[in-house]
Design a protein around this ligand. Structure first.
Ligand SMILES: Nc1nc2c(c(=O)[nH]1)N[C@H]1C(S)=C(S)[C@@H](COP(=O)(O)O)O[C@H]1N2
Ligand SMILES: [Mo]
Length: 317
């Protein structure tokens, strides 16, 4: 049995600690020259400057944000995860104005960054999603944790696709195309495809895996002897229903897990546990509502493990 403690306000990762990923470099964008185009299979193509984007209204979206890691090492965990409060406008608001034609099936998102990756030149960062998914989920963000987007995070506007790996959240967004087929750039066809468990053919890297990460203590921490709080965050495409913690390969013990929030936020977990002096290995393993459990090893969402050293002195105060 897992105890669920009620959900509290979401916690956000300080911007200086949010990971940064870029395949083609950071474009230098002057917002006064910047526009976003919505075109292709639409009744009314749009071209918006930032004032026009802001005039659509601003909503907030607290969401966890996870990088898949190297597309060449799909089974290696990166544990690059953060939680951010995005501010911006749902893509659906723009789609309602542009009015997709009946033949439109896919939405392509193109960034302003161009360059070389893996020995191929002249590349653009383009990702795509089925129109039904894009209409429901995609958010266009111009602020992050209350600040305008920083250059490296996609200034002045980026896509955010909650509960999908970061690779789908195109930064420096300049063009949205409605199409009747998938985009054929290398970041959709060649990179970021993987064979999911039970499948024989690769599919695009989209929905996140069930996962968890120990935040406290961290790798190599020295702790006083006595009862320690072992805590972290867990997330998936659906709610997390349990997180178990194991010390030194012993039995899995149920941590307290915070109830899910209303949106795509991670859930905190914590276990109070007596630790004797000496070295210890602590692992955590999350389980979601769909019955998915983190594998013990060999997968990118394998259970997270940290090593700590407990001293002879007991905690005081
Ligand atoms: N235009 C563009 N968007 C991009 C990328 C990129 O290289 N170019 N990298 C993607 C990847 S792999 C991730 S994990 C996220 C990272 O977002 P962040 O750097 O703001 O944390 O951006 C995604 N969006
Ligand atoms: Mo990524």
């Amino acid at each position: 049995m897992t105890t669920q403690v009620s959900a509290s306000e979401p916690d956000f990762t300080p911007l200086d600690d949010v990971f940064v990923r870029k395949h083609l470099g950071v474009p230098d964008i002057d917002v006064t020259d910047w526009t976003l185009v919505v075109e292709g299979l639409v009744e009314r193509p749009l071209r918006l400057d930032m004032d026009a984007v802001l005039a659509l209204g601003t909503e907030r979206l607290p969401a966890f944000h996870e990088c898949f890691g190297s597309p060449f090492a799909p089974d290696v965990p990166t544990r690059a995860v953060a939680q951010v409060e995005w501010a911006g406008v749902p893509l659906a608001v723009l789609l309602d104005r542009a009015v997709p034609l009946a033949e439109a099936r896919h939405v392509w998102f193109e960034g302003a960054d161009t360059g070389s990756f893996q020995g191929q030149d002249g590349l653009t960062y383009v990702k795509d999603l089925p129109l039904s998914v894009a209409r429901g989920d995609v958010f266009l963000a111009h602020r992050m944790n209350g600040e305008p987007l920083r250059a490296e995070h996609g200034f002045p506007l980026r896509a955010v696709v909650p509960r999908m790996f970061g690779t789908n959240s195109v930064k420096w967004l300049t063009r949205i195309v409605l199409a009747d087929r998938r985009a054929d750039g290398v970041f959709t066809t060649q990179f970021y495809n993987r064979v999911l468990p039970g499948d024989s053919a690769p599919s695009p890297v989209r929905e996140v895996d069930v996962s968890s990460k120990l935040f406290v203590p961290g790798e190599g921490d020295e702790l006083p002897a006595g009862v320690a709080e072992l805590s972290g965050r867990a997330w998936s495409t659906t709610e997390i229903v349990g997180v178990d913690v194991s010390v030194d390969g012993g039995a899995w013990e149920a941590a307290e897990v915070e109830a899910p929030g209303s949106g795509p936020t991670w859930q905190r977990f914590s276990l109070m546990r007596e630790l004797a002096p000496g070295p210890h290995r602590i692992r955590c393993r999350a389980r979601d509502l769909a019955g998915r459990v983190q594998p013990l090893d060999g997968a990118r969402n394998s259970v997270h493990e940290v090593g700590v050293e407990v001293g002879l002195n007991r905690r005081t105060g």
